[in-house]
Design a protein around this ligand. Sequence first.
Ligand SMILES: Cc1cc2nc3c(=O)[nH]c(=O)nc-3n(C[C@H](O)[C@H](O)[C@H](O)COP(=O)(O)OP(=O)(O)OC[C@H]3O[C@@H](n4cnc5c(N)ncnc54)[C@H](O)[C@@H]3O)c2cc1C
Length: 453
Amino acid sequence: MTEQLPPAGTPETTPQDQLASLPRDAAPSASPRRSSAPAEASETADVIVVGAGPAGSAVGYYLASAGLDVLMLEKSTFPREKVCGDGLTPRAVRALTAMGVPTPADEGWLPNKGLRIIGGGGRIELDWPELSSSPGYGLVRTRLDFDQILARHAQSAGARLLEDVTVTGPILDEATGRITGVEARDGRRFRGRMVVAADGNSSRLSVAMGLHKRDDRPLGVAVRTYYSSPRHDDDYLEAWLDLWDGGSLLPGYGWIFGMGDGTSNVGVGLLNTSTGFGEIDYRALLRKWLGAMPAEWGFTEENRTQPVRGAALPMGFNRTPHYTRGLLLVGDAGGMVNPFNGEGIGYALESGEIAARVIVQALARSTAGGREQVLNSYPRQLKDAYGGYYTLGRVFVDLIGKPSVMQFCTRHGVKRPAVMRFTMKLLGNLTEPRGGDAVDRLLNAVSKMTPAA
Ligand SMILES: Cc1cc2nc3c(=O)[nH]c(=O)nc-3n(C[C@H](O)[C@H](O)[C@H](O)COP(=O)(O)OP(=O)(O)OC[C@H]3O[C@@H](n4cnc5c(N)ncnc54)[C@H](O)[C@@H]3O)c2cc1C
């Protein structure tokens, strides 16, 4: 079937035209919700983005910058808390820079020089590598206002944002099963020529479209809180590898990230490859680990400024395929957290950019077949970007799930600077894309040779 549509975002494409060009609405088969809202309650855009976390705001920013009409729907209202370590590696800083987000230190962006790793009786400080592709520093910024800054940035580029709108399910075309919009809890309906799931780890929208989490992919769980601490202005991100469950060294790490505002973000995260994964009491693990810290750091109950909160980290393409029937998955919705280090913000921003570029090209095609051809390239582009590296990550996660391997690596690695410099580049996915030093070339070659599954 071919249908002739003008390229989206052109001045002659009015919302009414777009609505008229959309396939007729049908009762959603994946989700039995029906709206009693009148037809005029329906709002249209070229693209509907569900969720305005880092991934959604990146999609919104890039689509609006390309002249498309993009509507972001966010269930919360900003500013809002998000359970996170608040750490941004140079990769994430690069992505922020690409979006033109200013990050000056005097506006609350705390720079860091690198990573301090403690474990196996060793302690090492590793500076972020200076690369042409990313800066030699990371940042820390609380998600309380980080996400708000990104959402406002997308809006200033022209994206529309509706806060306090909880999307409850897709609107599907009866004939094709294609998503043509979404329905919100208040009964409102939003129509788009494409829909992006940027609704995070649980991604109810993906689930309603039949895309579930994969059991064969890694998953992390982490808890974190904040303490008033003299360590609040540490200029290294600190990771502790000594997390013990009885006699077993656990696959994960504890972190202390100074926020620069009098507090430190402190937490622990574990991978699902540890034997007792489902049974671990994370709050108790955090308490026990912090109990061994020097008293002067202040990580005590009296100094705790926030509740201990936890959430899951979907890793290594934990939900696939990343495109189906008009729906593209970005960030945590597509399980894009780095399995090596638990970093998700940079990948949310990057996948948002990749998705937006695909959508822009797709909507410029004049036939349904042409648009579909472009959209189908999205999973391939993600695999080209991360596939081999994430496959390696899955091997890594399986290996360190064995306490003896984790113990060997910690005991013998941390004391060897050359090993740790290599490890830092590997774990942070921080290599020159082309050329670079011997470590860069080795890691790039291995990632490219490893099949992207
Ligand atoms: C404890 C912990 C510590 C972490 N530490 C770090 C770290 O230090 N550095 C790092 O890079 N990563 C870290 N991560 C991972 C990082 O938080 C995520 O990878 C990142 O937030 C993903 O961004 P996202 O935009 O894909 O999803 P999210 O940030 O989860 O955003 C999803 C958005 O969608 C909205 N939404 C959800 N459902 C609906 C709906 N039905 N309707 C409308 N809106 C909806 C939500 O309100 C939210 O705003 C950590 C994760 C955890 C759990």
